[in-house]
Design a protein. Structure first.
Length: 144
């Protein structure tokens, strides 16, 4: 994956028309949370979709809490549905990968989470989609 496309998905909303995108933006406007650091200390492989990913061995409570706030806000919006629960905070590194022999520990450190965004996925080439930021919201104490 290209560096500018790295992200941690907290809620997948699917394709949205203009009215639905505005409802998602309004939902995002209602969310207030603190910035946090997410450890990136593990590399995993999901055979069902052939993705190599990096992330925390265990999702920190702050990630789970922010995902829940987003799901609650979307459910309360005119979109009227609850996104699927976050199962594993992760950054997709490689798509269409062959299975590695063994997932390896990774010492990348911390990913500073100082904002969340609404992104539109635009189909790309074999390396995956590219993402267009539709709206962004700072997390309190996020600094720069």
């Amino acid at each position: 994956m290209e560096a500018e496309s790295l992200h941690c998905t907290l809620a997948y909303l699917g394709p949205l028309d203009q009215k639905q995108a505005q409802a998602a933006i309004s939902a995002g406007d209602s969310i207030h949370a603190q910035a946090f650091d997410m450890p990136i200390d593990y590399v995993g492989f999901w055979p069902h979709n052939r993705i190599v990913w990096a992330g925390p061995r265990v999702s920190p409570p702050e990630v789970t809490a922010l995902a829940a706030l987003i799901a609650d806000a979307v459910a309360a919006s005119s979109l009227g549905y609850r996104p699927a629960a976050l199962t594993q905070a992760h950054l997709t590194l490689l798509r269409n990968a062959c299975a590695p022999r063994t997932p390896a520990p990774l010492a990348l450190g911390l990913w500073r989470c100082n904002e969340f965004v609404l992104a539109r996925s635009i189909a790309g080439n074999a390396s995956g989609a590219r993402y267009e930021i539709v709206a962004r919201w700072p997390l309190a104490g996020g600094g720069d």
